[in-house]
Design a protein around this ligand. Structure first.
Ligand SMILES: Cc1cc2nc3c(=O)[nH]c(=O)nc-3n(C[C@H](O)[C@H](O)[C@H](O)COP(=O)(O)OP(=O)(O)OC[C@H]3O[C@@H](n4cnc5c(N)ncnc54)[C@H](O)[C@@H]3O)c2cc1C
Ligand code: SF4
Length: 492
């Protein structure tokens, strides 16, 4: 028998992933009583699956993993600030990346706090594209493994600017991280990866002001009779439906589920779904067009296990001498057995494994552009698919060749398959100034409904080309302040 949830919460947070965990942390710090509803449960893996790279099977799957902490339990913990230009309208080869309703400076103080909360290790000195920091990274960059260090030296000696990758790990004096080889796409058995569960939700729960209910799915967001404000949620757990009331509901269910929840909550006052009077829910879908590149470090034997995810090449973020449009970043991944991915056909698995075991797995990302047309495809009220964002085709091709060339100039043979996928997906519930083209206002509150907020990957109007996790966490802290009526001055 599941006990009934007590009422009397100031806020309900739907989803205990990156944004939900971070927001709950902030609201608890501001003395609010918070209920967090999570569809999944705590991650409990049988011992035989402990070393299993779960993340690669879910990175591009339509259904996100339902666990406390969300996909951050398996993430690579690369925690980048988006670049200043990402907040402005910027011309690409195939269209325009839209302006955000806030500037980099508006988010900067929250980036500092998110870096502290998630223990980000980085350097402001060695990356020419790093935006201004009012406070430096709280921890120094991670050391490179010896073979990675040699690769970085050879890249630098051949004229490439290489930067340390900002990473959220509990590494250093007193820290638990041992810089093992099974990090990116794996879960950390030492709880040393600063995921949303470890870094934000557990401290929130320890405050005594946050209740977490797992295996509880939010079915609908409730609104008052005239549809002007939220009154709580309808949820289901253990086969039973329950209503919980609060004046604030923050939807942090992730890309896809958040938009679907707004649509499923339609009423006679909001017949197209909450926040959807101008038809924006489910639209403006963007992300990172991602390719892979493998500099071969050995022709004979396999490389030893090592932590490889410590460097990136960001100098082509806003273009190259012979290319006026933004390109993106090249970065190291972990020692991920990518050949096990379902998208790799059986006959390619053996050669892919051969290459993967002898090289440093790197990937490059360029922005895929959101448009009014990219996003959900409907059959009546049913979501039946996703229309992809616009690809910068020539940019991607050139960037792939450039990445190959950089490693070749450093003296490596390179394998670079033509395969690409969409990572770090954003949009479908974007925030903006204009209700005609956005679902949320600049504080991530639904334009027409008081007390109803959305904050997660789906609110981002564009993806830039660096990972979006730190930006999602920083936005969640900012939305926490908006909910509690506090606003931090921007950093200029
Ligand atoms: C293998 C892998 C590696 C990655 N590495 C990086 C990286 O290094 N850097 C980076 O920037 N990004 C990385 N990402 C992406 C990053 O993890 C996601 O962008 C981020 O977690 C999205 O956060 P979110 O708050 O939008 O949603 P999520 O973290 O997905 O959280 C949503 C939560 O809501 C719950 N939920 C959904 N619907 C409901 C409902 N109806 N009721 C109750 N609960 C619900 C879900 O179960 C989930 O726990 C990686 C992703 C993967 C899979
Ligand atoms: S111990 Fe390994 S898995 Fe855990 S955070 Fe460190 S590198 Fe990642």
């Amino acid at each position: 028998m599941v006990p009934s949830i007590t009422q009397g919460y100031d806020a309900i947070v739907v989803g205990a992933g990156l944004s939900g965990g971070t927001l709950a942390y902030r609201l608890a710090k501001r003395d609010l009583r918070v209920l967090v509803l999570e569809h999944g449960d705590f991650l409990r893996l049988p011992p035989w699956r402990a070393g299993y790279p779960i993340g690669i099977h879910i990175r591009s799957a339509p259904a996100r993993p339902s666990v406390v902490g969300g996909p951050t339990k398996f993430y690579g913990a690369a925690m980048y600030r988006m670049r200043e230009s990402d907040f402005r309208a910027i011309r690409h080869e195939a269209g325009e990346s839209p302006a955000w309703p806030i500037t980099y400076n508006d988010l900067e103080p929250y980036y500092c706090e998110a870096e502290e909360l998630y223990r980000v290790h980085g350097s402001t000195e060695e990356d020419p594209t790093e935006p201004p920091h009012s406070v430096s990274y709280p921890y120094p960059p991670l050391p490179h493994a010896p073979m990675v260090s040699e690769l970085v030296d050879r890249l630098r000696n051949s004229g490439t600017t290489v930067s340390p990758m900002p990473r959220a790990l509990d590494y250093g004096p007193g820290g638990k991280c041992v810089l093992c080889s099974t990090c990116d796409a794996y879960y950390c058995r030492l709880d040393a990866k600063m995921d949303a569960d470890v870094a934000a939700l557990r401290p929130a729960l320890r405050s005594g002001r946050v209740d977490l209910v797992t295996q509880a799915r939010c079915l609908r967001i409730l609104t008052n009779e005239n549809g002007t404000k939220t009154t709580g949620v309808l949820m289901e757990r253990d086969g039973k439906q329950e209503t919980v009331h609060a004046n604030v509901v923050a939807v942090c269910a992730g890309l896809g589920p958040s938009a679907a929840l707004l649509l499923d909550s339609r009423t006679s006052r909001h017949p197209a779904g909450l926040g959807n009077s101008t038809g924006c829910v489910g639209r403006y879908y963007g992300g990172h067009d991602t390719g892979m590149v493998f500099p071969l470090l050995s022709f004979t034997g396999k490389l030893p296990p090592m932590h490889t995810k410590t460097f990136s090449i960001n100098t082509y973020y806003n273009g190259a001498p012979d290319w006026p449009y933004p390109m993106g970043v090249i970065q190291a991944a972990g020692q991920v057995p990518f050949w096990q991915e379902e998208v790799v056909p059986w006959w390619k698995k053996a050669p892919a494994r051969l290459v993967g075991k002898r090289s440093i797995f790197c990937f490059f990302t360029t922005e895929a552009l959101p448009t009014r047309e990219s996003g959900f495809v409907f059959d009546g009220e049913r979501i039946v698919g996703m229309r992809p964002p616009v690809r910068n085709l020539n940019t991607f091709k050139r960037f792939r060749l450039l990445a190959i060339d950089l490693f070749k100039r450093a003296g490596y043979q390179v394998v670079a398959p033509h395969h690409r996928s969409l990572w770090h997906r954003v949009g479908t519930v974007r925030f903006g100034m204009d209700p005609e083209t956005s679902v949320l206002d600049p504080n991530c509150k639904v334009h027409e409904i008081d007390g109803l907020y959305v904050v997660d990957a789906s609110v981002l109007p564009s993806a830039g080309a660096v990972g979006t996790a730190l930006t999602i966490a920083a936005l969640a802290l900012r939305v926490g302040d908006a909910i509690t009526g506090l606003s931090r001055p921007s950093s200029n």
